[in-house]
Design a protein around this ligand. Sequence first.
Ligand code: AMP
Length: 432
Amino acid sequence: MIKAIRGMRDLLPPETARWQWVEQVAREVFVLYGYREIRLPLLERTELFARSIGADTDIVGKEMYSFTDRKGESLTLRPEATASVLRAVLENGLDKGGGVKKLYTLGPMFRYERPQKGRYRQFYQINCEAYGVEAPELDAEVILLLLNILKRLQLGEMRLLINSLGCPECQVKFKAALGLFLISREGLCEDCQRRRTTNPLRVLDCKSVHCKEILKDAPVIRDYLCADCAAHFARVLELLSRFGVAYEEQPRLVRGLDYYTRTAFEVVAPGLGAQDAVAGGGRYNGLSQELGGPVLPAVGFAIGEDRLLEVLPRDPLCQDREFKVFLAALGGAARDRAFALLQELRQHDIAAEMDLEGRSLKAQMSVADRLRADCVIIIGEKELTDNKAQVRDMTDAHQQSISFAGIVDHLVMVKERRANVEEILNQTPAPR
Ligand code: AMP
């Protein structure tokens, strides 16, 4: 039997209901903050990622799914969305006209990483990107938006880690100091030995325990920020404090991509083991020019949906609560009548299903149970003669005879009543 590719999972029902719920909540929050959706190709020219993410990063160096197409062009399955969104923004002139431009996108990303818990080769992100404004208010707003999504999803414990990576001038000075520090250190991993001269910032992102140990005494970028970058960072932090956000400054946080300038942040959650970042992001003011575009300050984040779903409570809010009807029909004529009623119910927005295989009433009732139907309509020969069906309420087992002409109205009413009760229950404060 052919199996799925290593590191690529099937997402199955009923779990997919939770995914839909997460995405629905994210979409609702994006709308509140003025974001609109953009949908992009999964394939891009390899050069787009090599130029944006950085040649020395793990992603570009060893994790991309790249291949040459029939015309000999190198293409890559997107490992992240920021570069693609910006490519689309520039290509379609969405940056024109001034002011802030806000976009979000959802979908799969591909990285050839070693699969383990919370790390897949096809994984899903919810991405947020805002363009055109350099003000620290936008950094703060993007972080508040992210936390708003996570709070609405009832993510329990989480920590916001934050740092400033400065502008290119700060980075030149810091890289020189860091490079100098690293040059005399022994025992760095092979990658870091190379990176300490090519791109010492990358060493800060190394996962090796030994490299981490060496870095404990390394200089920190905070000490190399120019006055503007320091003021920008201070303002972001001030705004976060003002809106009650607890953050932890992490002077060595650089993230795995080269394009960040100034603010960089990550949200980590306990219970995920080594792969504990559920979201990450930051500012990338230089990326547009890097891709041949105009000056276009930008800030954004990506939520890792796979990891987020791992730590979210299995909340009843995302359970499948749709009001559902099952039609149990006995005999060919009854089945024909039921099939017509089935279509009519759906026309009236009532989810309905029926048996199509002529099973016994007992077997059909157990299917209704399995589907967690709210009501079952039973149609046999007698019901056809009387022009009435048996309607059974599965919550209290009450059964009544209702004329075929009145069934749809009856079920619409039951559905509404059920929805009202649920609304009242949802408004009741949870017991302390
Ligand atoms: P990045 O695009 O590297 O900034 O990552 C943003 C978020 O995507 C991370 O915080 C993770 O939650 C998620 N993520 C990144 N790589 C993977 C992966 N291989 N498997 C699952 N989630 C991932």
